[in-house]
Write a protein that binds this ligand. Structure first.
Ligand SMILES: [Zn+2]
Length: 258
């Protein structure tokens, strides 16, 4: 955020979340305090904030700008356009935060890319288990370019555009991974996550008992279908059809191999 018009040299970077432990961890990294604030409605969970102001906030914005999506980048550019280090000649300090760059989704072995992904999923991700005991990690955001970088990192098959449920809402972009691949990523990301997401990961992993076919077919076993095998002898489309029937308590139209 820019400072108010009366104080254009008072920019702010603020983290606001209801997950207290996440805000506390961020505050420790930034060396700031955590402040509880009053929820918008009495029955909402109270949010916590931590923030940096002034020159330090600008340092952090410049450091993070290369790894943020277009919306955050535009926010930062608006702040930087108004910011002037005038009157601060007395403190020619070196920037506090190293500039991040080079995270483009092709470098999942880069520990910074893993941290970036964990931070993104802490804010915008979901770790879940379908009723069919299939672990799923999904990311759902308006910012398509950010979702595409994350999708590339986790090797998601595709990024889907989800139409908004109301005309005044914006469409979102969704990336998802499931099954053994999602379980692997949950294990990799677990140490980075806050309490709530760690619990979600543990719940998903504790219920996931993959049974692998000893000799899986190369393609789907549904007569007339030659799509590649995904699981239980079925291709993706037929697996989803079977899994939806099961989830809805219907008699399944497809018979899987197990
Ligand atoms: Zn099929």
């Amino acid at each position: 955020m820019s400072g108010p018009p009366s104080r254009p040299n008072a920019p702010v970077v603020r983290i606001r979340m209801t997950d207290r432990d996440v805000v506390e961890r961020s505050a420790a990294l930034l060396d700031r305090a955590v402040t509880p604030i009053r929820p918008r409605q009495a029955h909402y969970k109270p949010p916590f904030i931590t923030q940096l102001r002034g020159a330090e906030a600008v340092d952090l914005m410049i450091a993070m700008r290369p790894v943020l999506g277009p919306e955050r980048t535009a926010q930062i550019d608006r702040v930087l356009a108004r910011w002037s280090p005038r009157g601060r000649r007395s403190r020619p300090k070196a920037p506090r935060f190293p500039v991040l760059d080079g995270i483009d989704g092709s470098t999942s072995r880069d520990p910074r890319a893993l941290s970036w992904l964990a931070g993104l999923l802490e804010g915008e991700g979901t770790f879940s288990l379908t009723c069919d005991s299939y672990p799923v990690i999904s990311l759902n955001m308006c910012d398509g370019s950010v979702v595409r970088i994350a999708a590339k990192l986790v090797e998601a098959r595709s990024v889907a555009l989800r139409e908004a449920r109301r005309p005044e809402w914006r469409p979102t972009f969704v990336a998802q991974v499931g099954g053994a691949h999602a379980a692997e990523w949950m294990k990799r990301l677990r140490a980075f996550m806050g309490q709530r997401r760690t619990e979600a990961i543990d719940a998903a992993l504790s219920q996931y008992h993959p049974i692998r076919l000893i000799d899986p077919p190369l393609s789907c076993v549904v007569p007339g279908c030659s799509a590649p095998h995904r699981g239980r002898g079925l291709c993706h489309k037929h697996y989803m059809m079977w899994s939806r029937d099961k989830a809805n308590g219907r008699e399944t139209r497809i018979t899987p191999l197990r």
